[in-house]
Design a binder for this molecule. Structure first.
Ligand code: APR
Length: 174
C-alpha cells in the first residue's frame, strides 16, 4: 500500500485561519490555554473555548479531546498534548506518535473529511524538528493507508524551519 503522501498537503501559515473540518491544537495538560499555537487558537476561537475546555477535565500526554471551534473558521478543534522533549530517552517519540494517532482516530470516528495539524511539540516543548516532523508524517501516512477519513490532512507550518523539514520529508516519500 503506498504511503498515501498525496492525501497529505503542506502549507506555511496560521492554523487559526485554515478552513478544514477540524484543526489540531498543541495544548498542555490543563487544556486551559497557553502560548504558541494554543494561545493563537484560544484568541481566535474566543472565550467560549476555555469554558468548553474546563468541562473536559484536562488531557494526558499522547491523548486528544474534541471541542467546537467557536469563532474559528474550522467547526472543530482536536486538542492534544505532546511530550516535552527531555533527552529522547523518556519515551518522547512514542508519546508524540500517540498524539497524531489519537487526533486521527477522533477525526475518523467523526468522519471529518479534512484535518489540519501544527507541528506538535516543535515549539515550547522543544522537540527536535526533523525527528518530530518525521514521526508526524510516518503516523499520518500509516493511518491514511488504512482509513478513508480524514480524506485529506494539511500540515500547517508556522515557521520556515518546520516548513523546510516537512517539505523535505514529503519529497523523500514520493
Ligand atoms: N499556526 C500554526 N502553527 C503555529 C502557530 C499558528 N498560529 N503558532 C505557533 N505555531 C507552531 C510553532 O511554530 C511550532 O512549530 O506550532 C508548533 C508547536 O509549537 P507550540 O505552539 O509552542 O507547541 P508545543 O511545542 O507543542 O508546546 C506546547 O506550549 O503554548 C503552549 O499551552 C501550550 O504548554 C503548551 C506548550
Amino acid at each position: 500500500m503506498p504511503s498515501e503522501p498525496r492525501r497529505i498537503s503542506l502549507l506555511q501559515g496560521d492554523i487559526t485561519k485554515i478552513q478544514v473540518d477540524a484543526i489540531v491544537n498543541a495544548a498542555n495538560s490543563s487544556l486551559l490555554g497557553g502560548g504558541g499555537v494554543d494561545g493563537a487558537i484560544h484568541r481566535a476561537a474566543g472565550p467560549e473555548l476555555v469554558h468548553a475546555c474546563r468541562l473536559l477535565g484536562g488531557c494526558k500526554t499522547g491523548q486528544a479531546k474534541l471541542t467546537p471551534g467557536f469563532r474559528l473558521p474550522a467547526p472543530w478543534i482536536i486538542h492534544t498534548v505532546g511530550p516535552v522533549y527531555r533527552d529522547g530517552m523518556q519515551g518522547e517519540a512514542q508519546q508524540l506518535a500517540a498524539c497524531y494517532r489519537a487526533c486521527l482516530s477522533i477525526a475518523a470516528e467523526r468522519n471529518f473529511q479534512s484535518l489540519a495539524f501544527p507541528a506538535i511539540s516543535c515549539g515550547i516543548y522543544g522537540y527536535p524538528i526533523l525527528e518530530a516532523c518525521s514521526i508526524a508524517i510516518r503516523e499520518i501516512s500509516q493511518f491514511l493507508a488504512t482509513n478513508a477519513s480524514p480524506a485529506t490532512v494539511v500540515l500547517v507550518a508556522f515557521d520556515s524551519q518546520v516548513h523546510q523539514a516537512f517539505s523535505q520529508i514529503l519529497q523523500d516519500l514520493d
